[in-house]
Design a protein around this ligand. Sequence first.
Ligand SMILES: NC(=O)c1ccc[n+]([C@@H]2O[C@H](COP(=O)([O-])OP(=O)(O)OC[C@H]3O[C@@H](n4cnc5c(N)ncnc54)[C@H](OP(=O)(O)O)[C@@H]3O)[C@@H](O)[C@H]2O)c1
Length: 323
Amino acid sequence: MKAIFQNKYGSSDVLMYGDLPQPAIGRHQVLVEVYASSINPRDWLIRSGRYQLQFLVPAFPLVLGSDISGVVVAVGASVTRFKPGDPVFGMKNPAQGLGAHAEFAAVNEASLASKPQSLDFDAAGGMPLCSLTAWQALVDIADVQRGKRVLIIGASGGVGTFAVQISKALGAVVTGVCSATNHALVKSLGADYAIDYKADDFKNMGSTYDIIFDTIGRESLASCKSVLAAGGMYVSTIPTPKNLVAALASKVKHAVFKSSKRCGVVMVKPCHTSLEKIAALVQKGQVITMVDSVFPLMDAKKAHDLSRSLRAKGKVVLHVKGV
Ligand SMILES: NC(=O)c1ccc[n+]([C@@H]2O[C@H](COP(=O)([O-])OP(=O)(O)OC[C@H]3O[C@@H](n4cnc5c(N)ncnc54)[C@H](OP(=O)(O)O)[C@@H]3O)[C@@H](O)[C@H]2O)c1
């Protein structure tokens, strides 16, 4: 099969397009013919050897890629939910071997859901990791509810664009923090208000929030405390020691004082039940993938460089197969 792979860590120049053997599948796995994937920051962090959980990354030749949309071509002996021909989407973590930037990938059945019909394969390939990160931060960790005031830092990025839509779909009042040039975009996705971080500081604007979801890792519980409501929660995508300690300490404190302010850290996990809930929002027209650009698989280097710029509006998609 064709794949993007690397035999050493480094800049995007280490990425090669060539032939590798198709992966074998285990009893609980599905072989997916990949139609699309996407670039996530973890791809260029792993590529350069700087990922926090680098010890979980498979050996060379290394095929990157977490997000997958495609069609099932074979199933392991214990697989019950899928059969050849089913359109699916899902994600793989480093401990599960990555490998989505290729024509075929072996994926655990539990990591896959049926692709929503209304979503084309490119859009589906850009959805799983970022939408699950937003879902697990907002729903599983912060328990977003109708009427809650949610601030999303990095609202125009991959995680942020899903966070805006999911919190809006669940009834929250949403403020997005992003560049002024992206205000129209985040409002079109459902944000009620937008703040330009280059011109204003949300911490000095007189508003308070029940949930602050920091997708970029610029803030902390300590820096946001003054604008969190009683019992409010700061959630970060960045597992720094400071955030992890704050999360543990605030959990203990919150068990005693319900009104104390909390910190959470999201570490995205593949989860087909959450992906099915996101797919239901897609079918209702409440969530889309905001696609910044689509690159053919062989142009993965350009796609990495665009994602690395931190200027993408939504997702950088890798197109592998199909129209
Ligand atoms: N822990 C986990 O499980 C997990 C999961 C997913 C992602 N992450 C991490 O979360 C981070 C975001 O991921 P992503 O996929 O959303 O990245 P991304 O799509 O590359 O983010 C790009 C966005 O960052 C925004 N941005 C850059 N500097 C900003 C600032 N100072 N304030 C506000 N926004 C700013 C840009 O917005 P403007 O152009 O509008 O300025 C752009 O839209 C990455 O560090 C990633 O590694 C962690």
